[in-house]
Design a protein around this ligand. Structure first.
Ligand SMILES: Cc1cc2nc3c(=O)[nH]c(=O)nc-3n(C[C@H](O)[C@H](O)[C@H](O)COP(=O)(O)OP(=O)(O)OC[C@H]3O[C@@H](n4cnc5c(N)ncnc54)[C@H](O)[C@@H]3O)c2cc1C
Ligand code: SF4
Length: 553
């Protein structure tokens, strides 16, 4: 028996990008092995079934790998705490399912301002649009069409999630100001799909959804990929992508249960280990011919990390709003201030997203901003005037892709397999600070226009978990125009290694002012179509073609 497995395509990571890639390729009979360092999540593992569900976010269901410290996690060091999950579904096991798209202008920010190394995407919104549509249909999006602030989108699988009293109130506030707003697109079912149930408004989405209403990839892409015959290997932690004569040959992984090492050989290797895990793996894969890591001859692997800049503005009103009901992502958003207007003193813009709150424990613990219910005489009075009377406005800004915001390897800290931990360095640029400060004032105006504000609190710059909360981890192996400005060409093919592709949030060139997963999955679907149609070319290429020379579909 051979000491290795052979396949057509090896995919590393079973999260948002890796799942979309594996399913799409296997639809056409391409043989796929996918290696995932984590395991499956059982529905009963969700905290919803236990009394302490609201507190579990601070313990076993923490968004921070360094807090929950599961064996499948790897620690991170540095000056910030990226939020992610490791398992079949990746970080979508935790995510809220907010499903906005990037706007056409987001693909042209290099031309628009080019500040701090910002470059244009090598593709346009129009080129990506058909793949957004394919991906939306796969996962089931709830939406209302007709948003005048965005290009047309296809009908959703179901209608938009209900806005509830919070949505109606804040919508009236935006109307009074004459500002754009629209019900949010969410990857959350409002009618059944496959074996998934629609949302029941229990209101605890960021702890995973036990009804499978949220489109995490363990319940969307993976069941279909497995039926297609994808060989998904869990608890398989890749330690190195192997290369020979300038081409990737496969990878070596450690079985986390037995500790044994195995090799998978493949014609094509696709990395989708997220914007921390992917640069970490490429840097760990330094070997003969690639002394600074794989695909890193220009030193750009790990650079231009983006997180989005945030502030969370809590507002309490003089009337019951039932904000504890309904799914947790934004019920509506305003993109009135999305485009660059340099008269404001900064480039880029932001979305104002209106969200709800959790249950009683979260309210008592200060909602999003630490406005804690006092203990003692005033407890009941404060709690009654705050619980269920709250609206959250997130100011979600586009942060600049700064070269020195980057992932490197920590020489001293290791994971449970003895592999080096990533060191993550991130500083908010002065542009982004100004943007958020300006946006915070607009959030206050919107709440005042809605009327009846009795209390406010804010995280200030830095979101709920400042300094910057890294739950949208992007950049680090961006696609671009030339080998000088990026890690991959416009088909996600690394400039150095033609049969090595990167299809997760690492490949995003700019971060826009909206949540990233619909875009990164659209890019992954587009890349899968390319690999399907150009398999023969890619198998024989010894040089990665430039964007103008690449054969296309
Ligand atoms: C709390 C929270 C809320 C969020 N809310 C939203 C939202 O509402 N909307 C939105 O658009 N986005 C949201 N996000 C972000 C979203 O989850 C990510 O954008 C998305 O999951 C990233 O996809 P990815 O493919 O880059 O990586 P992931 O989905 O993180 O997948 C990477 C996978 O690779 C595996 N892996 C890594 N290294 C290795 C290795 N060496 N060997 C084997 N496997 C490996 C990991 O275990 C993981 O499963 C949220 C994130 C968090 C944490
Ligand atoms: S509110 Fe809806 S989407 Fe969120 S966890 Fe509950 S059922 Fe799932």
């Amino acid at each position: 028996m051979a000491a290795y497995t052979e396949t057509d395509v090896l995919v590393i990571g079973a999260g948002a990008g890796g799942a979309a890639m594996s399913k799409r390729l296997s639809d056409d009979g391409i043989k796929v092995v996918c290696l995932e360092q984590g395991d499956w999540l059982h529905p009963m593992d969700h905290p919803h079934f236990y009394d302490g569900w609201e507190l579990e976010r601070h313990r076993a269901w923490s968004w921070h790998a360094n807090v929950r410290m599961f064996p499948e996690d790897y620690p991170t060091t540095g000056n910030t705490e990226p939020m992610m999950m490791n398992g079949v579904g990746g970080s979508t096991l935790h995510y809220a399912g907010a499903w906005p798209r990037f706007k056409p202008v987001d693909f042209r920010k290099g031309t628009e301002h080019g500040v701090e190394g910002t470059i244009d995407w090598p593709i346009s919104y129009e080129e990506l649009e058909p793949f957004y549509a394919i991906n939306d249909a796969e996962i089931g999006v709830a939406r209302r069409t007709g948003d005048p602030g965005n290009p047309p989108r296809p009908e959703g699988w179901g209608p938009a999630n209900r806005g509830g009293k919070v949505g109606h109130k804040m919508g009236r506030g935006f109307d009074k100001l004459g500002w754009h707003w629209w019900p949010a697109d969410n990857a959350i079912l409002t009618k059944p799909k496959d074996a998934r149930l629609p949302c029941n408004d229990c209101g605890f989405c960021l702890g995973g959804c036990p009804r499978h209403a949220i489109a995490s990839t363990d319940v969307t892409y993976w069941p279909r990929a497995l039926r297609n015959g994808v060989d998904l290997r869990t608890n398989a932690r890749v330690e190195r992508i192997n290369a020979k004569h300038g081409r990737a040959t496969g990878a070596t992984y450690i079985d986390r249960i037995t500790g044994a090492r195995h090799e998978v050989r493949a014609d094509i290797v696709v990395v989708a280990a997220n914007s921390i895990g992917t640069p970490r793996l490429l840097l760990m894969s330094a070997q003969e011919g690639h002394p600074d890591g794989l695909a890193n001859s220009n030193g750009l692997v790990g650079t231009h990390l983006m997180f989005h800049s945030w502030s969370f503005e809590d507002f309490w009103f003089d009337e019951p709003l039932e904000g504890f009901k309904g799914p947790e992502p934004a019920v509506l958003y305003s993109q009135q201030f999305y485009d660059t207007d340099t008269s404001r003193g900064f480039v880029n813009g932001f979305s104002l997203q209106v969200g709800t709150a959790l249950g009683a424990a979260n309210s008592a613990l200060g909602t999003n901003t630490g406005n804690i219910t006092p203990w003692g005489a005033r407890h009941r009075e404060f709690f009654n005037s705050h619980f269920g009377r709250h609206a959250l406005i997130y100011v979600q800004g586009e942060d600049l892709p700064v070269r020195t915001n980057r992932v490197t390897l920590d020489p001293e800290v290791t994971d449970s397999s003895g592999l080096p931990a990533p060191h993550v360095h991130y500083d908010l640029h002065e542009n982004d600070r100004q943007l958020i400060e300006w946006g915070r004032r607009r959030a206050r105006e919107a709440a005042d226009a809605a009327g009846g504000v009795i209390d406010t609190a804010s995280t200030g710059i830095g979101g709920i978990d400042g300094p910057p909360p890294g739950w949208h981890i992007m950049g680090t192996c961006r696609m671009g125009n030339t080998p000088e400005d990026s890690v991959t060409n416009k088909w996600n093919q690394t400039w150095d290694v033609p049969n090595l592709f990167i299809t997760d949030a690492s490949s995003l060139t700019t971060g826009a002012a909206v949540n990233p997963t619909s875009t990164l999955q659209a890019v992954a679907v587009r890349c899968a179509e390319y690999i399907k149609r150009r398999h023969g070319d890619i198998r024989t290429q010894t040089r990665t073609p430039g964007n103008a020379d690449a054969p296309g579909f």
